[in-house]
Design a protein around this ligand. Structure first.
Ligand code: MGD
Ligand code: MGD
Ligand code: SF4
Ligand code: MO
Length: 713
């Protein structure tokens, strides 16, 4: 053994790359991570790790990752270069740019976009939201409106709080009914379940079943007892038909604390399995039988995720998912779906607000806000359309909307027309390359973590505090420090200032560290868990399985009932009813995730991008044949908004009439600084998705996009 190993230490870490929040055990030698494995002592993840968890060290060590602020410099010949600058200068530049937009062009002239990693960072949760609140603009956007907005709107309308989301009690359920989710690849979403493969094996071992509806025979579908192909975007029909069957066959056993059941029965009466079969391709008999099985099961949990949310009828479909659980008595029952009781209760203590809807509308298209945000699908038009309130400056916080939002290609072009743009991000990528200044925070291994969000969504109640594995260097900043500086320096520059008292309070609050705040939140909660206990047990504290029997107490509705028939949803279903049946001959585009991808940004890690290519357009062999196409050739995919050229791969795993592209690819656009990523083949699915098609919540309809596929050239 060489001298290197003598300095090896084992450290407990946590992976923040997806919602599974796996506990890690890292071997550190001379400041380098030499080994990463799942922490077997972790009460939630129980030793699970996926390939991305190992790559967390690659991000830490990546030479392409920014560690110092950079400023974009454009030479006379148009050549772009990036110049390293000091933090103080960088903060001033960004505060100047944002304040100038607000002072010169009005309160809405600055837009903010928050990307996905914000919910995976403690500092962002404690301080990023403070920054966003301090900016007077209504042009607030986030990845929520290309993701889970329908879930939040339904929870707000039915249960009174946007984050009061019942979670499948996976460890006890007898029947797990899945629409539009692929937890074998995603490791669960709005259902934190680190070791899904193990828990699924356990479910099967105790005689439970999993039934999956998905247009693709996914990794999850292949492990299911039943998998049913379903035409993209038609889940709402199948789900409402299941609800209709429950009423028609007298299979409803709802609890007492529910209002609006008669209205629901009336609203769904016309949505028969026969009608659903016509649009969805799922036989009426299957719909009937699954509904009966669901009602008859000792316990059952219906779950719909991004394949359902990101459709034109996402909110109505998520409502129907909730109704299935509610009407069969599975809401709040062991083995059904249950609201969690985390040590830091964001919901019960109103740390996050209840949510709202349509308090104001977007300037150009007039779409409603939801929970204080406008749909990111309208960002481009707010930048490009002149007039009072036009967006002139943009701040993105760990996001990549050029690759992640509908018609991202057009947004890409719009960004170069801004007066000013700044980004808080660790990479120069397809979006941040437009920024005048990029401020890079520390990454996961360099900061303390307590997961404020995902304990709230987990299939088991646990608590865990993970101190930083590496100390940051003096010339680095944590995200919360960046957010504090931006908030303080920008508000100080505004013409319309807060009172000195307000400013003092704000400064004091923004100066408390995230870790201190976690300690405070734990102390003032009712769990009995303290930060010192968590420090002694870095693997985490087990608080037990989900606890049924919390309703109606935990409801946040004024009358403490579940609102089964929110007026907005009755209207939405009436609209659906009046809608002509979709064209059965249309070819529809859906997305996919791979275990080794992480939205758009982990493609610079070697170990995650080597191996078999996985960027191809998947297409059923019969669809290839009717177009005279062959497996492996380059094809042109065209939608209303754009076109891409990509290699096609024939597979029986996608249903006829459906094609499938991964999301988060397309790094060849000029200017990214991720060297390996730029060489990865593949195109952006969001060069094809349509920013004009929104769900009632404002969520983008990214799934089920009509496309044509033909020979390239
Ligand atoms: N067609 C289609 N589009 C989709 C989806 C889909 O399924 N299909 N999925 C949607 C979903 S669910 C989501 S959540 C969105 C994601 O959309 P976005 O959040 O816009 O995109 P990400 O790819 O997650 O980009 C994350 C960015 O954060 C940076 N980053 C990583 N870690 C940190 C950090 O610790 N701090 C900071 N400051 N930055 C960091 C990365 O460099 C990257 O630029 O995409 C959505 N878009
Ligand atoms: N490996 C990996 N894990 C991730 C991520 C990642 O990028 N990579 N991203 C994380 C994020 S931000 C999120 S939000 C979660 C998402 O977690 P999931 O929702 O599990 O995400 P997907 O794997 O995209 O699964 C969506 C499924 O819906 C199907 N689908 C598409 N359209 C329809 C439809 O109309 N109806 C039905 N019934 N199904 C449809 C797709 O075929 C796909 O199998 O994953 C998280 N975990
Ligand atoms: S499943 Fe998610 S949290 Fe766990 S190691 Fe993989 S990326 Fe990290
Ligand atoms: Mo997401």
């Amino acid at each position: 053994m060489g001298p290197m190993t003598e300095t090896a230490t084992t450290r407990i870490g946590v992976c923040n790359l997806c919602e599974a929040i796996c506990g890690l055990e890292l071997t550190v030698e001379d400041g380098r991570v030499t080994k990463v494995r799942g922490n077997p002592e972790d009460p939630l993840s129980r030793g699970h790790i996926c390939p991305k968890g190992v790559a967390i060290a690659d991000v830490y060590e990546d030479p392409d990752r920014l560690r110092q602020p950079v400023r974009r410099v454009v030479a006379e010949d148009g050549e772009v270069s990036w110049q390293q600058i000091g933090w103080d200068e960088a903060f001033d530049l960004v505060a100047d740019g944002m304040a100038a937009a607000l002072n010169d062009h009005g309160r809405d002239a600055l837009a903010v976009y928050l990307g996905n990693p914000n919910v995976h960072s403690l500092g962002s949760m404690t301080h990023g939201l403070g920054l966003v609140k301090a900016l007077p603009t209504r042009n607030k956007f986030s990845a929520t409106s290309v993701d889970q907005l329908p879930h939040q709107l339904v929870a707000h309308l039915m249960y009174g709080h946007q984050l009061l989301l019942p979670i499948p009690d996976l460890d006890r359920t007898d029947l797990f009914l899945v629409f539009g989710a692929n937890p074998m690849a995603s490791n669960g979403s709005l259902m934190t379940v680190p070791d899904f493969p193990t828990r699924l094996r356990e479910l099967k071992a105790r005689g439970g079943q999993m039934v999956v509806f998905d247009p693709r025979r996914t990794e999850t579908a292949k492990l299911a007892h039943e998998h049913h192909f379903i035409r993209p975007g038609t889940d709402v029909h199948v789900l409402l038909a299941m609800v209709q069957v429950l009423f028609a066959e007298g299979l409803t056993t709802p609890p007492d604390h529910v209002t609006g059941l008669d209205e629901v029965a009336q609203a769904v009466a016309g949505f028969t399995p026969e009608r659903a079969a016509e649009v969805s391709g799922v036989p009426a008999e299957t719909i009937r039988r699954v509904a009966r099985d669901f009602a008859a099961a000792e316990s059952a949990a219906a779950y719909g995720r991004i394949g359902v949310s990101t459709t034109r009828w996402g909110t109505a479909a998520q409502w129907a998912v909730q109704l299935l659980n509610l009407l069969t008595g599975n809401l709040d029952r062991a083995g059904g779906t249950i609201t969690t009781t985390p040590a830091i209760d964001l919901v019960g203590r109103r740390i996050i607000g209840r949510g709202h809807y349509d308090l104001w509308r977007s300037r150009v298209r007039g779409v409603p806000e939801a929970g204080g945000e406008l749909p990111v699908a309208v960002l481009r038009e707010e930048i490009e359309t002149p007039g009072p309130g036009q967006v002139r400056a943009l701040l993105t916080l760990s996001g990549n909307p050029v690759l992640s939002t509908p018609d991202g290609g057009a947004l890409d072009a719009a960004l170069s027309g801004l007066d000013f743009m700044a980004a808080v991000d660790i990479y120069i990528n397809e979006t941040t390359r437009h920024a005048d200044v990029i401020l890079p925070p520390t990454t996961a291994l360099e900061r303390d973590h307590y997961d404020l969000v995902f304990h709230v969504l987990a299939v088991r109640n646990t608590a865990r505090f993970t101190p930083a594995v590496f100390e940051k260097s003096r010339d680095q900043r944590h995200d919360w420090e960046i957010y504090r500086e931006l908030a303080l320096r920008t508000t100080r520059r505004l013409n319309r200032k807060a009172t000195w008292r307000q400013r003092l309070t704000f400064r004091a609050r923004m100066s408390l560290s995230p870790t201190f705040l976690v300690g405070q939140l734990l102390r003032s909660g009712r769990s009995g868990v303290t930060i010192s206990q968590l420090r002694k047990q870095p693997s985490g504290v087990d608080l037990g399985p989900l606890q049924p029997g919390q309703l109606p107490d935990r409801l946040v509705t004024k009358d403490k009932t579940v609102h089964a028939a929110p007026p907005l949803l009755l209207e939405e279903v009436a609209r659906l009813d009046a809608e002509p049946a979709p064209d059965p001959d249309e070819l529809l585009l859906i997305g996919r995730r791979h275990l080794q991808d992480c939205n758009s940004w982990l493609h610079n890690a070697d170990r995650l991008v080597r191996g078999r290519a996985r960027h191809q357009l998947l297409m059923n062999p019969t669809d290839l044949a009717t177009r005279g196409l062959v497996d492996g050739q380059e094809v042109k995919v065209e939608s209303r908004v754009g076109q891409v050229l990509v290699e096609v791969q024939g597979t029986e795993d996608v249903m006829p009439g459906v094609v499938c592209l991964p999301h988060g690819y397309g790094h060849q656009r000029g200017g990214t600084r991720m060297h390996r990523a730029a060489q990865l083949p593949g195109v952006s699915i969001n060069d094809l998705t349509d920013a004009d098609v929104l769900d009632v919540s404002g969520n983008a309809a990214l799934s089920g996009v009509p496309v044509r596929v033909a020979t390239a050239g």
